[in-house]
Design a protein around this ligand. Structure first.
Ligand code: GDP
Ligand code: ZN
Length: 324
């Protein structure tokens, strides 16, 4: 059978929407499992390129996933494995808010650590609400660290044109905590920039809970809306990857006495010294240590037996696990 290559634009209940040029197919995975993918929560995510064969009118069977250039992954605590939220993006746009929910920089730090080889941009929504001085300083720090940042208001429209310009020509995924105004923002961005486009008319998630990712094609950029989450955990893997997501550790870590210093309890650590001297923000460092500790989440079979089931696990157990 002739092999086709397409782009995954949506995945719900193991049925994937796949686009190949102007054609759309609803696909399942051939044989239910991709032999080339093991140990992952979901073999295919929005943004993946897949090989498939046509099995009926606008229907197909996916035979393989093509190599990814990058991904955004999180730890799925129920599945006890890493889950790919979205793949092959030009940029991850982390949407946060000045208030309701309150500004949570550690959430942003974790989003950054979930980015595997993807650039990140930070959008502060609800800019019509004032940040405290400390919050502003913590947010502005990201700019010093090299991340593009912008404050916008989906309510008043402030800076939305600038945001549109920053996204132009890219394929981007919006991620954020529930309530930050991601849906309002996306609706506003799409309706201001593509009034006549039928996609925007169809895109109206409104107040409905979104529990799957969706790729929406606009005239100037392609946007993937991901489900709002209450919490996000960094993917498990090499702990050094977490340290790498802290640009301010990069230079000093060359001067740590241990070659593979994790800046935790190793002696003669330059990163820790700079934290003590106030040259590295102590809240960023705390945020880092928490992420490192979160990698020790125990496997479920021996978690129950050891009486160590800490409150951390319990408190996150209720985190709704979205489909991607
Ligand atoms: P989501 O869960 O991130 O998709 O958030 P929603 O788009 O549903 O918005 C959550 C709440 O924030 C709603 O009550 C919105 O009206 C409100 N909201 C969204 N954007 C803004 C904004 O720029 N300023 C203010 N003050 N409120 C906003
Ligand atoms: Zn160190």
């Amino acid at each position: 059978m002739e092999q086709h290559i397409g782009l995954v634009t949506r995945g719900i209940n193991n049925i994937y929407s796949v686009s190949e040029n102007e054609n759309r197919y609803l696909c399942r995975i051939k044989g239910k499992q991709l032999t080339s993918v093991v140990g992952e929560y979901n073999p295919i995510a929005v943004g993946d390129m897949v090989a498939f064969v046509v099995s009926g009118t606008n229907e197909g069977l996916i035979t393989d996933r093509l190599d990814r250039k990058n991904s955004f992954q999180r730890w799925n605590i129920k599945g006890q494995c890493n889950q790919t939220v979205v793949a092959n993006m030009d940029m991850i746009v982390c949407v946060c808010s000045a208030d309701t929910p309150p500004f949570r920089p550690r959430f942003i730090d974790r989003v950054i650590a979930c980015c595997q080889e993807v650039p990140v941009m930070l959008v502060m929504n609800k800019n019509d609400i004032m940040l405290t001085e400390d919050e502003f300083e913590r947010f502005a720090l990201y700019k010093k660290l090299g991340y593009p940042i912008i404050g916008v208001s989906a309510k008043t429209g402030e800076n939305l044109e600038d945001l549109n310009r920053m996204l132009a020509g890219k394929t981007v995924a919006f991620v954020g905590q529930s309530g930050v105004g991601k849906s309002t923002l996306i609706n506003r961005l799409l309706s201001t920039e593509q009034k006549t486009n039928e996609v925007s008319a169809k895109y109206n998630r409104g107040k409905h809970t979104t529990n799957y990712s969706l790729m929406i094609e606009g005239p100037d950029y392609i946007l993937v809306d991901t489900p709002g989450v209450r919490e996000i955990l960094v993917p498990h893997g090499d702990p050094h990857r977490i340290a790498e997501s802290f640009p301010e550790f990069r230079e000093p870590s060359k001067e740590c006495s241990y070659d593979h210093c994790l800046h935790n309890d190793e002696p003669d650590c330059k990163v820790k010294l700079l934290v003590e001297q106030g040259k590295i923000h102590s809240d960023r460092y705390d945020s880092y240590l928490r992420m490192l500790a979160s990698l020790d989440t125990k496997a479920p079979e021996w978690m129950g037996k050891s009486q160590q089931s800490n409150t951390r696990y319990k408190s996150m157990e209720n985190d709704e696990q979205e489909e991607y």
